[in-house]
Design a protein around this ligand. Structure first.
Ligand code: HXC
Length: 480
């Protein structure tokens, strides 16, 4: 390996495969497998913040990191090691794909890798970092893992590249637009985090690991609790978070941060479907997953992307025993032919499925709108939530006041438009409040906003040993 090639990579903002390992793991902790087989990948195990992980790091400087028979066998060996030892698997990807000279033998190794990705799913956390090219069918190993992290400007993923697209369809597209980090983090949702550079990507891996257990039978790491149960200024500030005008947006992130230890929220999929927030935090030092409608983006409506983003996150938390806290302010599903024809029915159903099968503690807080099907979908009592709370500003109903009055009083309003305002006010007073749901037991308590963190903390303590027995089955059939 020449110094010039390494210097060229450094100038491009890329580390070597071994430098990446050094940047990820605890100093001196890396134990290498198969060091004498130098074939485009480095594999082994190490510790990150004192906890064991297994990893592979593709070496672009050896045959373009392409995957030949022995490259595949090394990766398969470390995957088997991580699954049987119950430790997370981190893949640092930088490869020209299947080694052309080795043909079907190279392809077959991808099959072995994919099978192990699938069988490890929900057993050990699998994290993929894309730090260079990831092309063709090779993209499917990262796609099968729990998290994909891409480095901005220096990584790409695509099934067919710009040249093939141009030849087949005549469409001209630049590599970065087609499959760069920004495209996959904002448009396709294939990437969960867009890193500024390689160090940022590896720091995000470390942060993710701090919230995750080593495997599905283990608990997530427990940190020192940092907050007291006394009401803090950020708790009190919640009392004025929701504007009086129901159509005015506000930033749900303020509530998310107020609930979490040190206001520390590790957002996942931040650039994709921003109308819903998902990510990790801690309460009393223990990991929680947050799913929250974001009223400041498209009024917090649920669309296909938001449904799939949230569904996948609920399932991730459920697989790894992380309680889910759902914060609801949702006017409904996004209307329109585009959404209907793109499959909002079957794709929105994923979110119902995810909540309906989840057996981890589920706590839901309605801050404002919870209308129609979206109310049921977003962690309602009926889907299996354990504790459902609502703020006095909550509006739980089939639809908003304007829509309801239009349906119920169309003729009266047509005859005399001036009655509309009175009818809307009457509907708001009589039907748009949380007390009707509370009277029916669908909400466990209506609480003042400043009490939210305290109530959630108490519920999490009470639910720590929650057990649910679901019927035995081979597996369910989630709408895909
Ligand atoms: C063998 C490969 C290779 C490959 C790159 N190299 N890809 N060798 N098989 N797939 C070698 C190059 O010949 C070169 O060798 C060295 O790696 C560096 O490559 P360069 O092309 O010089 O680098 P760069 O200009 O940075 O371009 C990188 C690249 C390009 C964009 C990845 O190499 C490329 O397009 N490669 C082919 C990508 C591809 O289509 N792969 C197949 C995907 S399909 P020397 O000796 O000159 O240094 C697939 C199927 C998976 O993977 C199936 C799963 C079911």
């Amino acid at each position: 390996m020449t110094d010039e090639r390494i210097a060229k990579r450094h100038a491009e903002g890329k580390k070597t495969a071994r430098e990446r390992i050094d940047a990820l793991v605890d100093d001196g902790s890396f134990v290498e497998f198969d060091a004498q087989i130098e074939d485009g990948v480095i594999t082994g195990y190490a510790t990150v913040d004192g906890r064991i992980i297994a990893l592979y790091s593709q070496d672009f400087l050896v045959k373009g990191g392409s995957l030949g028979e022995m490259t595949g066998k090394k990766i398969v060996k470390v995957m088997d090691f991580s699954l049987k030892s119950g430790v997370p698997l981190i893949g640092l990807n930088d490869s020209g794909g299947a080694r052309i000279q080795e043909g079907v033998v190279a392809l077959s190794q991808y099959g072995e890798i994919f099978k192990r990705n699938v069988r490890s799913s929900g057993v050990i956390p699998q994290i993929s970092v894309i730090m260079g090219p990831s092309a063709g069918g090779a993209v499917y190993s990262p796609a099968l893992t729990d998290f994909v992290i891409m480095v901005n400007k220096t990584s790409n993923m695509f099934i067919t590249g710009p040249d093939v697209i141009k030849a087949v369809t005549g469409e001209a597209v630049a590599m970065e637009d087609l499959g760069g980090g920004l495209t996959h983090s904002s448009k396709t949702g294939n990437s969960h985090y867009l890193a500024d550079n390689e160090d940022d990507a590896l720091d995000y891996v470390k942060a993710l690991l701090s919230f995750l257990p080593s495997n599905n039978l283990d608990d997530s790491p427990v940190f020192q609790a940092t907050e007291s149960m006394d009401f803090s200024p950020s708790d009190r500030a919640l009392d004025s978070l929701v504007p009086d005008n129901a159509n005015k947006p506000y930033d749900m992130r303020i509530l998310v941060e107020a609930l979490l230890d040190e206001a520390d929220f590790l957002e996942v999929h931040a650039l994709f479907a921003p109308n819903i927030l998902v990510g990790f935090g801690r309460i009393e030092g223990r990991s929680v997953g947050i799913i929250a409608n974001q009223p400041s983006q498209f009024a917090g409506t649920l669309d296909i992307d938001a449904s799939e983003k949230a569904a996948r996150f609920v399932r991730l938390c459920d697989a790894f025993g992380i309680p889910v806290i759902t914060l609801v302010d949702v006017p409904g599903f996004l209307p329109g032919t585009e959404q209907e024809w793109d499959g909002i029915i079957r794709r929105g159903a994923k979110l119902i499925y995810a909540y309906g099968e989840a057996s981890v503690p589920l706590i839901t807080v309605i801050t404002r709108k919870a209308y129609g099907g979206a109310y049921i979908v977003m962690g309602s009592k009926q889907l299996g939530a354990d504790v459902n709370l609502a703020w006095p500003s909550a509006q739980i109903a089939v639809m908003g006041a304007q829509g309801a009055v239009n349906v119920l009083h169309r003729r009266e309003i047509a005859a005399d438009p001036s009655v509309a305002a009175t009818l809307i006010k009457k509907y708001e007073d009589e039907l748009l409040n949380p007390y009707i749901a509370a009277d029916k037991g669908l909400i466990d308590a209506v609480i003042e906003p400043h009490q939210t963190r305290r109530q959630i903390t108490l519920a999490l303590r009470a639910l720590r040993n929650k057990r649910v027995d679901l019927p035995t089955r081979k597996h369910g059939n989630i709408p895909l």
